[in-house]
Design a protein around this ligand. Structure first.
Ligand code: ATP
Ligand code: MG
Length: 286
């Protein structure tokens, strides 16, 4: 009997491709190199397919593939009924409305009676309806930013991350329609065998994510400060405290969220912490 394999699509070439492939590698899944559009992982029951991002939601909905890594913007536009199983935290951007720099923007009403160029007619259409705006949507598949400059539309709705492309095309961002990041999506109807494989993958991805968001911290502290220091460093269960060779001192080991570390470093020093070491964590199993 052949064991079932989960077919997962990732973007072939583009902003999400490298990070998507790195994720599998960091999860310990070996994907053989080569120029082919399909690759069987050697030590995990998945097959990777390399596709254009726009096609991934459709293929999942049709049952040609089981899951994919794609921008939430594409999922919401093409197949909002798909199930987002895990948010991956990269490829962050937003879908925004932008108008020519010289225009005075009064609020969403500005768009009434205007023509808006976009590759996201469904998401934009829903936004306009929710805001009671009547505007024409001009669907184009790329280079949306030049539409106002060449007289094709009055405004655009497109993906923005830093806003520099808008500025260089004489546009300014005025409304954010949706936020997006890369997500792992699947169809609503996976067989139980495939669901188990998907859960194993999500488990590995989340261990990786927790590890990236946290740091292992070691410090030396006078014994009478250990209790207060531990209240700042709660750790996964509780901190490890080991006596130092010097009497009256302990070594405290714990885990701290990277964001919290910078907020708490001064407090730890004020309590007498010395020799603070902060180390990366490779995997973190909760
Ligand atoms: P394909 O050839 O696969 O259709 P594409 O040109 O449509 O690729 P990319 O530009 O590679 O797509 O972007 C892929 C995804 O990356 C976007 O759908 C979005 O989710 C995300 N992304 C993050 N930042 C940006 C950005 N600054 N501009 C465009 N997309 C971004
Ligand atoms: Mg695309």
């Amino acid at each position: 009997m052949t064991t079932q394999r989960l077919r997962i699509a990732i973007q072939k070439n583009g902003r999400l491709s490298e990070t998507s492939q790195d994720l599998f590698r960091q999860c310990g899944i070996r994907i053989p190199h080569g120029g082919s559009l399909r690759s069987e992982a050697q030590n995990f029951p998945i097959d990777l397919l390399f596709l254009r991002d726009d096609d991934i939601p459709q293929y999942i909905a049709d049952g040609v593939i089981d899951a994919g890594i794609v921008g939430e913007n594409i999922v919401t536009e093409k197949r909002p009924e798909l199930r987002i199983v895990y948010r991956l935290g990269f490829g962050k951007c937003r879908l925004s409305l932008a108008i020519p720099k010289g225009e005075t923007y009064s609020g969403p009403d500005w768009f009434n009676g205007k023509k808006i160029a976009t590759s996201y007619p469904n998401v934009l259409g829903r936004f306009l309806t929710q805001n009671g705006i009547e505007a024409d949507i001009e669907e184009i598949s790329g280079s949306v930013e030049i539409a106002p400059g060449i007289g094709l539309a009055d405004a655009i709705c497109d993906i923005v991350s830093t806003g520099s492309t808008l500025l260089s095309n004489g546009l300014k961002e005025v409304e954010s329609v949706m936020k997006s990041e890369a997500v792992l999506v699947t169809s609503q109807e996976l067989s139980s065998n495939l669901s188990v494989i998907l859960e194993q993958l999500v488990f590995r991805l989340s261990s990786l994510r927790h590890a990236q968001e946290n740091k292992y911290i070691l410090l030396n502290a006078p014994n009478d400060a250990v209790k207060d220091i531990c209240s700042i460093l709660p750790g996964m269960k509780s901190p490890t405290i080991l006596p130092l060779a010097d009497s009256g001192w302990s070594s405290v080991h714990s885990v701290i969220a990277e964001d919290e570390f910078w907020e708490n470093i001064d407090k730890l020093k004020a309590l007498g912490a010395q020799g603070i070491l902060v180390c990366p964590i490779e995997k973190m199993i909760l």
